[in-house]
Write a protein that binds this ligand. Structure first.
Ligand code: NDP
Length: 307
């Protein structure tokens, strides 16, 4: 798409994710042909949470389409922690499984941290294990959380060289904000991490060449918080009532980001939409991590998956 000087370029995550999945599919085919290794992803879901069921189904289908083995383990919501830990242990020991993902949230009788901590770090394709957080912090190869990894890929595809740019990340969670900060530091950005106690957030955001919103507050970041020409990555996924009052009265909803898109698109240089920006990259990066984990488990250097 040609850049319009008056409006931001829309960073189309669906297109970019499709390209990435295509490269992963090709690399997976080559791994099977030349080494006889089929990357395997096991997804574990406990209980009937409807949103989780949809996520898990999508993950399974996308994994299989990429030519990988896809196993889904559906457990009842009465599953005990010991039962779940036993399953994780058997997946850790299964040489045909290279990635393990336990879908959150887990029922209240299960300690999520204990379960995530029991996953073999080399199979931790979500990148949530403390060992992988540590590897990322010190610059060792590991498995990186999918959403910040996908966001960084979008930034590099758009800007190429991020060196010296000031990145402001709003949000400091372990799954998005903090790993995003590490990834952008590794790209030689100057990084500021903001959070709920940060002072004068609008002024801070206006200093950003790269603004990453990972807050979980619908449309909090306004157009006048954005430096003209900045690149905006909106990680937020927030379900709000439909903009149409009649539909809203019927209980219909829509998904918005953490950035007020209609305002931001008039100021930013480039921006990810919600939906269709970071979201599609998250699942593509799950496949990328599974492919990388399968290669490393067999002492093979993974192919570069960048565009
Ligand atoms: P968390 O709730 O774990 O973290 C939110 C962060 O935002 C916290 O650090 C919090 O600060 C900060 N924050 C909250 N309110 C404010 C405020 N008023 N001003 C400044 N900072 C504030 O959320 P996640 O990181 O898990 O997710 C963030 C968003 O990203 C959500 O909308 C989530 O749905 C979405 N998401 C999207 C994914 C995708 O695939 N696209 C994947 C994962 C998440 P403090 O630490 O001080 O409390």
């Amino acid at each position: 798409m040609a850049d319009d000087p008056m409006r931001a370029t829309i960073i189309d995550g669906k297109v970019f994710a499709a390209g990435l999945v295509g490269r992963i599919t090709a690399a997976t085919g080559a791994l099977i042909t030349s080494h006889g290794i089929k990357p395997g992803l096991a997804v574990v879901i406990v209980g009937e949470d409807p949103a989780s069921q949809i996520y898990v189904r999508n993950k399974g289908e996308t994994t299989a389409r990429a030519g990988m083995r896809s196993d889904t383990h559906r457990l009842p919501d009465t599953t005990t922690q010991a039962e779940l830990l036993n399953l994780v242990q058997s997946l850790n020991e299964d040489p045909g499984i290279h990635g393990i993902l336990v879908q959150l949230p887990l029922p209240s009788q299960i300690d999520s941290a204990a379960v995530l901590g029991a996953i073999d770090p080399d199979k931790d394709v979500d990148g949530f294990h403390v060992v992988n957080a540590g590897r990322l912090a010190v610059g060792l190869p590991g498995l990186v959380p999918c959403t910040p990894l996908g966001s960084t890929m979008l930034l590099k595809a758009r800007l190429r060289d991020l060196s010296g740019l000031h990145a402001v990340i709003v949000g400091r969670s372990n799954i998005v904000g903090k790993p995003m900060a590490q990834l952008l530091l590794a790209e030689n950005c100057t990084v500021t991490v903001a959070h709920s106690r940060s002072r004068d957030l609008p002024a801070l955001c206006r200093t950003a060449d790269i603004l990453v919103a990972a807050v979980g507050r619908p449309e909090m970041i306004r157009g006048d918080w954005i430096k003209p020409g900045a690149t905006v990555i909106d990680v937020g996924i927030n379900r709000v009532p439909s903009a149409d009052p009649v539909k809203a009265a019927e209980g219909k909803t829509r998904v918005v980001g953490d950035v007020l898109f209609a305002e931001a698109v008039e100021v930013a240089g480039a921006i990810t939409p919600v939906p269709g920006g970071v979201g599609p990259m998250t699942i593509a990066c799950l496949l990328a991590n599974t492919y990388v984990a399968a290669c490393r488990a067999n002492g093979i250097v993974p192919s570069a998956l960048d565009a």
